[in-house]
Ligand binder design. Structure first.
Ligand SMILES: Nc1ncnc2c1ncn2[C@@H]1O[C@H](COP(=O)(O)OP(=O)(O)OP(=O)(O)O)[C@@H](O)[C@H]1O
Length: 241
């Protein structure tokens, strides 16, 4: 059974089709970098997978059509949007422990062992020192790392990430890509990650999906392929602008 299969997907907004006849198959757990020009439809694609955008065609998640499995979908997919606002002061550890929500019943309290798992995840991401801080006081980059900790705690088989390294410094960009690659390798997760940081992809194993291409397909990551796609993006303007 494949992890994710997309067949002839067409999606977009009123009057405006952004994704046309997109087809690809992720046969086994893998890292997939989704690249493309600004406005090419990368976020729209992840929103389609999370049921926020209407579509035609077929989306099979672990062999099952997306439409028929609204409840099950919550367990299969985790999603980190590009903008994720928190309007009230909350401690970092409280936000991270919420990653366990799938395993809880409504209004069930988080236990000491849940908090221990949240703290261990913060440790894994090297941000244990932020645990007691108020989330809204953190820098943009620190906040991104906290969201990543929450997402990883969700432990879904497929993680969808919309530019998770956008606000990070060069050290943390590299670290987050290493973490995602390790997650695929060691925990057999599938990661679909939107990024403009093509050079950070060079050492990784996995695939590129360039949404700006007329017929996007999964291309194996290699230095040559990364450079070819970088050249394509540098020299070709977005078609429908
Ligand atoms: N809810 C919406 N209704 C109408 N148009 C929208 C909506 N959301 C996004 N768009 C438009 O769809 C296009 C694609 O947006 P999308 O966010 O998917 O691009 P992207 O490839 O993720 O871009 P970026 O690299 O800049 O994040 C944009 O032109 C955007 O303005």
């Amino acid at each position: 059974m494949s992890v994710l299969e997309i067949k002839e997907l067409v999606a977009g907004y009123d009057e405006r089709v952004l994704l046309r006849n997109l087809s690809f198959l992720v046969p086994e757990p893998a890292f997939v970098a989704i690249i493309g020009h600004n406005g090419s439809g990368k976020s729209t694609f992840l929103k389609t997978l999370t049921g926020q955008v209407p579509y035609q065609g077929q989306i099979l998640v672990q062999g099952q059509p997306l439409v028929t499995r609204a409840g099950a979908m919550a367990r299969s997919l985790s999603y980190l949007p590009q903008k994720n606002n928190v309007a009230f002061p909350i401690k970092v550890r409280e936000l991270v422990v919420m990653g366990l929500f799938r395993q809880k019943r409504l209004l069930e309290h988080y236990t000491a062992s849940d908090y221990a798992r949240a703290e261990a995840m913060l440790e894994h991401l090297h941000i244990a020192h932020l645990s007691q801080r108020t989330f809204t006081d953190l820098s943009g980059g620190e906040q991104q790392l906290v969201w990543l900790a929450q997402l990883m705690l969700q432990n879904a088989p497929i993680a969808l990430l919309d530019e998770p390294t956008q606000q990070l410094d060069v050290y943390h960009k590299k670290r987050v890509f290493d973490l995602m690659a390790g997650w695929v390798r060691e925990e057999q997760k599938t990661v679909l990650c939107i990024t403009h940081d093509l050079l950070n992809l060079l050492p990784l194993q996995g695939y590129l999906l360039n949404i700006s291409q007329p017929r996007p397909t999964l291309e194996k990551i290699s230095p040559e392929e990364v450079m070819a796609q970088q050249h394509f993006l540098e020299t070709k303007a977005l078609r429908n602008v």
